[in-house]
Design a protein around this ligand. Structure first.
Ligand code: HEM
Length: 131
């Protein structure tokens, strides 16, 4: 008997339910991370019931152009006591979360946009040189 092997390709990020899964999983990792969790939970004392829906809106605006997010992300980060190490960890966790769940054009775009926003934040905070 002939077998047809097909590798089950992981799906791409396609809709709001996918964004919710990405965001929920990512912040679950953040909350278990020894470096990042204290910044969110002890220093900023993030109200997760408020923050998670803001982040669904943010990513649906960035990836699908929904314009659901109306805020200004940078000022909320300006006074956080973070270093390049925190950003490196944030990006590593974000990329690992995307890769564990999705693959495709939007998944690549999510990682690339996160990386470029993280770079801009770090430049504005004086943690990276402007190049
Ligand atoms: C070291 C890395 C980071 C840390 C520790 C961090 C921490 C935080 C905290 C504590 C808040 C909640 C602020 C509040 O509601 O008072 C927040 C909000 C937010 N963060 Fe980050 N963040 C980091 C990186 C990023 C990056 C790279 C992005 C974008 C790709 C991002 C996007 C946002 C957005 C959109 C909000 C919501 C702002 C709003 O309420 O309108 N963050 N972040």
């Amino acid at each position: 008997m002939a077998y047809t092997y097909s590798l089950q390709a992981m799906k791409d990020l396609e809709n709001e339910a996918d964004i919710k899964q990405l965001v929920d999983t990512f912040y679950d990792h953040v909350n278990h991370d020894a470096l990042l969790s204290p910044v969110f939970n002890e220093i900023a004392q993030v109200d997760w019931e408020h923050h998670l829906p803001v982040m669904y809106n943010f990513w649906s605006s960035v990836l699908f152009g929904t314009m659901a997010y109306k805020g200004q992300p940078f000022p909320k980060h300006l006074r956080l006591p973070v270093t390049g190490e925190h950003f490196d960890k944030w990006i590593a966790l974000f990329k690992a979360t995307v890769d564990a769940l999705f693959s495709g054009k939007k998944a690549e775009e999510a990682k690339q946009k996160a990386q470029s926003i993280a770079r801009i934040f770090q430049m504005k905070m004086g943690l990276l040189p402007y190049v």
